[in-house]
Design a protein around this ligand. Structure first.
Ligand code: KG4
Ligand code: ZN
Length: 336
C-alpha cells in the first residue's frame, strides 16, 4: 500500500510517499526556519502563509520522486493534530482536496504518533509493545506503546517541553532559534561539570519539569555578569545538555524498570541530541535492553513518519470523512 502523506503542523512543509508503513519511496521537506529565525521563534501567521505557498510544489516533488501520480497512490494521509492550528489546517484542507479529487481514503495522523513511527522506517524489526521517550519542541512524554494505535502516557512534562528548554538555554548563550542543534554542537567543546544546574521537582513518578532550568540559566548569566566573569558558552552548553539528558534518561529508565519494558524507543526533535543518545545507548547496554532511535534525518518534522503511522491507522480502520477538522491540541491516546 502506497500512502501520500502531508505534514504542515509547525514550520516545515513536507510530503512523502511511503510503502506499507516501512519503506520511503520519497520524502521532501521545505523548511521555513530561516524566516522564523528573524523573530526568535515560529510566527504562526507566517508559517500558515508559507505552507500555503509551498504545499503544491512540495507534494508534486514527492510524487515525482516516487515516480507516481496521486491516482497511483492508495490513500492520502495528513497531520491533523496537534500543532499551530493555522498551519495544520493548510495541510488538512490540501489533503482533503487531493483525497476528494483522486477518490482516495483520507487518513488523519497525530503528529506525535508520527514521531514514534519514524522508527518503523529505520528499524524493520521494531514492533510494539515498547516504551517510548518522545521529546520535541512541544512535547515531552514517556509512553507505553502497546500496539501501533494503543498508547498509555506514563509521564509527561508539567510545564515546558524539553525542546523549549534547549531553545531557551541556547538563546541565553546567544544562539539563534531553534538553538537545540547548535547548543549540542557547542557542548562538545565545553566542560559538563562547569555549571551545576538544579533538577526541578515534578509531581508524579515519571513526570518532568523544565521551566525552572530557564531561570537557573538566567541567574547564572546574571551572577557571572555581576562578578565581571564572562559566561563560558561552551561550558554552559555542555552542563545543560549533560543535565537535561540525565533527567530525561533517568525517568525513562525508572519507567522501563517499573513497567518491565526491555525495548526502548526515542522519538522527536530532541532525540537528535548527542548526549541523550549516548546516555540511552549506555543505559540500555547496561540493562540489557534493546534501543531504537531514529536516524538524524528522521528526528525532526517530516512527512515520511506521518505516512508510516498512517499505514497502521488505516489497518485499524481509522480513516476520516471529508468533514475532518484540524486540532491545535490532542492527546496521543485519543483517536480522530
Ligand atoms: O520534533 P520537532 O522537530 O518539532 C516539534 O514537533 O516540536 O522538535 C524540534 C525541537 C526544537 O526545540 C529543537 O531545538 C530541538 O527539537 N532539537 C534539539 C536537537 N535537534 C533538535 N535539541 C537538542 N539537541 C539537538 N541536537
Ligand atoms: Zn514534531
Amino acid at each position: 500500500m502506497k500512502i501520500l502523506s502531508i505534514e504542515t503542523s509547525c514550520d516545515e512543509t513536507a510530503a512523502a510517499v511511503i510503502e506499507d508503513g516501512r519503506r520511503i519511496l520519497s520524502s521532501v521537506i521545505h523548511t521555513q526556519v530561516e524566516e522564523h529565525k528573524l523573530y526568535g521563534g515560529v510566527v504562526p501567521e507566517i508559517a500558515s502563509r508559507r505552507h500555503t505557498e509551498s504545499i503544491c510544489g512540495v507534494t508534486a516533488a514527492a510524487l515525482e520522486q516516487a515516480g507516481l501520480t496521486v491516482g497511483e497512490t492508495d490513500a492520502v494521509a495528513v497531520t491533523a493534530a496537534p500543532g499551530l492550528i493555522g498551519a495544520v489546517l493548510v495541510g488538512v484542507n490540501f489533503a482533503k482536496g487531493l483525497a476528494l479529487a483522486a477518490a482516495k481514503p483520507l487518513i488523519p495522523v497525530h503528529h506525535i504518533r508520527g514521531h514514534v513511527a519514524a522508527n518503523y522506517l529505520a528499524h524493520p524489526e521494531l514492533e510494539p509493545p515498547f516504551l517510548a521517550l518522545i521529546v520535541s519542541g512541544g512535547h515531552s512524554h514517556i509512553v507505553l506503546v502497546r500496539d501501533y494505535c494503543d498508547y498509555t502516557v506514563l509521564g509527561r512534562t508539567t510545564d515546558d517541553a524539553a525542546g523549549e528548554a534547549f531553545d531557551k538555554a541556547a538563546r541565553s548563550v546567544g544562539l539563534p532559534y531553534p538553538g537545540g542543534v547548535a547548543l549540542d554542537a557547542l557542548s562538545h567543546e565545553g566542560n559538563p561539570a562547569a555549571y551545576p544546574l538544579p533538577t526541578p521537582h515534578a509531581e508524579g513518578a515519571f513526570n518532568f519539569s523544565f521551566s525552572g532550568l530557564k531561570t537557573a540559566v538566567i541567574n547564572l548569566a546574571h551572577n557571572a555578569a555581576q562578578k565581571g566573569e564572562p559566561l563560558v558558552a561552551a561550558d554552559l552548553a555542555a552542563s545543560f545538555c549533560s543535565h537535561v539528558s540525565r533527567i530525561l534518561w533517568e525517568k525513562t529508565e525508572q519507567a522501563a524498570r517499573h513497567f518491565g519494558c526491555d525495548r526502548l524507543v526515542l522519538a522527536g526533535g530532541v532525540s537528535a541530541n548527542s548526549w541523550l543518545r549516548r546516555r540511552a545507548e549506555e543505559g540500555c547496554e547496561k540493562n540489557g535492553w534493546q534501543l531504537f532511535m531514529p536516524p538524524l534525518s528522521l528526528t525532526g518534522d517530516n512527512a515520511a513518519m506521518i505516512g508510516a503511522q498512517a499505514y497502521y491507522e488505516y489497518q485499524a480502520g481509522h480513516t476520516a470523512a471529508l468533514s475532518l477538522n484540524g486540532l491545535p491540541t490532542m492527546e496521543i491516546t485519543e483517536q480522530f
